[in-house]
Ligand binder design. Structure first.
Ligand SMILES: Nc1ncnc2c1ncn2[C@@H]1O[C@H](COP(=O)(O)OP(=O)(O)O)[C@@H](O)[C@H]1O
Ligand SMILES: [Mg+2]
Length: 230
C-alpha cells in the first residue's frame, strides 16, 4: 500500500517585511510529509525552519503557494477554521516551552482538551502527566519546574489531543544534554506508540539521524531531501 500523504506543500513561498522592503523567507517549497513519518529539518540559523513549521501547522499563511492537509487546502481557511484545524490535528512543541504561566501544570495540559469541550479533561491530563513522569508536579506552576520538566509538560499538552502530527521546533535547544535526551526519548516513544507523524527541527545531527528522513533548508530553499540510511 502506498504511504498516505498527510501534508503537502505546492510552491510554497513566504515574503515578510514592509511593502518597499520585502524579504524572501521561503522559496517554492514542494514537500510531502507522510502519515506516521518522522522527518527532521536541519539548516543554518535564519534559513527559514521556524517559518516553515509555522506555515505547516497553520500558525502562519504563505504569501503564495499552498499547504494541503489530507488534501484540504488549509491556506484558504479563515482564523476560526484554522484554530479548529490546529486543535484537531496538530501538536506543537516550542524551544521555549510556551506554557501558560498563570495555570498549574495540570491546567496547562488539560487546557486544549477543556477548550474542545471535554468534561473530564483534568482526569485525562493526569494520565498523560503520569506517562511522562510528572504526577508529583501537577499542582506546581510552570516557573517552579526545571526546563526539562517544563518541556515534558509541553509534550503532554501537545499529545493530549492525539494529533496526527507533532511539530517540534528545537525542543531540546534550551535543555542540557541529560534533559535533552529524556525529552527526545519520550518524544520518539510517544510518536511510535500513537503512530503520530513528527517534524523535528534540530541542530543536532545525531538526533536528525534518528528520524526517517532529513530535509535541509538553506536561505529558504530545500537543498537536500534524503532518507536516512540505517
Ligand atoms: N517578522 C519578520 N519580518 C521579517 N523577517 C523575519 C520575520 N521573522 C523572521 N524573519 C527572518 O526570516 C528568516 C528566517 O527565519 P526563521 O524562520 O526564524 O529561521 P530559522 O528558524 O531557520 O532560524 C530570518 O532571516 C529572519 O530574520
Ligand atoms: Mg528557528
Amino acid at each position: 500500500m502506498a504511504p498516505k500523504k498527510l501534508i503537502h506543500t505546492e510552491n510554497l513561498s513566504l515574503e515578510l517585511g514592509s511593502k518597499d522592503n520585502k524579504v524572501k523567507i521561503l522559496n517554492d517549497i514542494n514537500l510531502t510529509i507522510f502519515a506516521k513519518e518522522k522527518l527532521s529539518i536541519i539548516g543554518p540559523s535564519g534559513s527559514g525552519k521556524t517559518s516553515l513549521m509555522m506555515i505547516l501547522s497553520g500558525l502562519m499563511t504563505p504569501t503564495s503557494g499552498g499547504v494541503l492537509f489530507q488534501e484540504q487546502p488549509i491556506h484558504k481557511l479563515n482564523e476560526d477554521e484554522l484554530a479548529q484545524f490546529r486543535q484537531e490535528h496538530i501538536g506543537i512543541v516550542f524551544q521555549n516551552f510556551h506554557l501558560i504561566p498563570s495555570l498549574t501544570v495540570l491546567q496547562n495540559v488539560a487546557f486544549p482538551l477543556a477548550l474542545s469541550g471535554v468534561d473530564d479533561a483534568e482526569e485525562e491530563a493526569k494520565n498523560w502527566l503520569e506517562k511522562l513522569g510528572l504526577i508529583k508536579r501537577i499542582s506546581h506552576m510552570p516557573t517552579q519546574l526545571s526546563g526539562g520538566e517544563q518541556q515534558r509538560v509541553a509534550l503532554a499538552r501537545a499529545l493530549i489531543m492525539k494529533p496526527s502530527i507533532i511539530l517540534a521546533d528545537e525542543p531540546t535547544g534550551n535543555l542540557d544534554q541529560k534533559n535533552g535526551n529524556i525529552i527526545t526519548e519520550l518524544l520518539f516513544d510517544m510518536v511510535n506508540d500513537f503512530d503520530t507523524a513528527l517534524v523535528l527541527i534540530t541542530h543536532d545531527e545525531a538526533l536528525a539521524q534518528k528520524t526517517d528522513r532529513i530535509i535541509q533548508l538553506v536561505d529558504g530553499t530545500v537543498t537536500e531531501d534524503s532518507a536516512v540510511n540505517r
